[in-house]
Design a protein around this ligand. Structure first.
Ligand SMILES: [Zn+2]
Ligand SMILES: [Zn+2]
Ligand SMILES: [Zn+2]
Ligand SMILES: [Zn+2]
Length: 351
């Protein structure tokens, strides 16, 4: 039996126990626990990432009670616990996706179709979401300098809305054919990088001036989804505000417990249940995988809060400036209710 004293010093989110209340308060000030963290469907423990939730559920040292229930009616892709083994079967049939037939997309691309950006039909609902992926070839004496040679953009419904080969500004020294499938003749008369850069930039901003983009909502600029977008955008020489970017390589719930990125190949296998990037890689396939991961994260049913971020100015009086003595009088549950996330949960895009 735990004494009531140690129960009081137990974090209501991650269940860590502290000998002294002041240590729990310090813990709460720095962990930014929130309703947006991946949470165990059995014991309600909050985890920093889905990876640590997976460890909690299936080992190497799982919590036995949670593991037992998870084995019977837990979805191994989204880690949710369903009401019955039957409900699990129905759920998992929909939760596990299969790969896309990108042969057709690739053929369209090779024909040079879609070399224009024509998603905008003038109607305006919420911000449009698009996913972008590139394939790189090598430059420099050892071929290790990445150059964008192919870029693809899709919409929310996985329609390819842009694809082009890119004529790099400097000579290619390694086509990386085994993974890119790119031959010199594909690039010889391809669209020059400058032109691709301008098209993509104009398309993303969609007429919205940079200075006006303060929030992902309410404007015309598009939310951009991808994996490792810093690198892609750098190679494309496109600048885009961080507030509009949803990067599956940098989203805390999708990262390793060590705070390193997972590969897109791993995320697709673990969370969507199919294989990508076998043999010659197609940027369309990467776009689809990142868009699906984004949609899955965005569709999480988290409790709505007025000011969901620790950095929202309205929260300044909520937690950070509480006096230590006031916090020490709160129950762990009250402290958790006061705490807000330190990252932007993608469920907030669906509000
Ligand atoms: Zn905690
Ligand atoms: Zn959320
Ligand atoms: Zn649990
Ligand atoms: Zn699932």
């Amino acid at each position: 039996m735990e004494s009531s004293e140690s129960m009081r010093n137990k974090c209501a989110a991650c269940f860590r126990q502290f000998i002294r209340m002041e240590h729990l308060v310090d813990h709460m000030r720095t962990t930014y626990h929130s309703v947006h963290e991946p949470t165990c469907g059995v014991c309600k423990k909050h985890c920093r990432s889905f990876e640590s939730l997976r460890e909690h559920l299936i080992g190497p040292l799982p919590k036995q009670e949670c593991k037992n229930l998870f084995n019977i009616r837990g979805c191994k892709f989204c880690l949710a616990i369903l009401d019955s083994p039957y409900a699990l079967r129905i759920h998992q049939d929909r939760c596990q996706l299969s790969g896309v037939n990108y042969g057709i997309a690739a053929r369209l691309a090779n024909l040079g179709l879609r070399d224009s950006l024509t998603i905008d039909n003038g109607f305006s609902r919420g911000p449009q979401v698009v996913a972008l992926a590139c394939k790189m070839v090598g430059a420099g004496s050892d071929g290790s300098l990445d150059l964008c040679a192919r870029v693809c953009i899709i919409d929310e419904n996985e329609n390819m809305i842009y694809h082009t080969y890119v004529k790099p500004p400097i000579p290619v020294t390694n086509y990386r054919y085994e993974t890119t499938g790119i031959r010199p003749e594909y690039l010889r008369d391809a669209t020059p990088l400058r032109q691709v850069q301008r098209r993509i930039q104009d398309f993303l901003f969609n007429g919205e001036p940079m200075w006006k983009i303060r929030s992902p909502k309410g404007g015309k600029a598009r939310i951009l989804v991808g994996h490792g977008l810093d690198h892609d955008l750098d190679r494309l020489q496109v600048e885009y505000p961080a507030i509009m970017i949803r990067d599956t390589a940098k989203y805390p719930p999708l990262m390793k417990t060590s705070k390193l990125s997972n590969s897109l190949k791993y995320l697709t296998q673990a969370y969507l249940g199919y294989d990508i990037q076998t043999g010659i890689q197609d940027p369309y396939e990467d776009c689809v995988a990142t868009m699906r991961l984004y949609m899955r994260m965005r569709n999480q049913a988290h409790r709505r809060e007025n000011y969901p971020l620790a950095s929202d100015p309205q929260n300044r009086n909520n937690f950070a400036s509480w006096r230590q003595s006031e916090l020490e009088r709160m129950s762990p549950e009250e402290m958790l209710a006061t705490s807000r996330s330190d990252y932007y949960c993608w469920c907030l895009d669906s509000e």
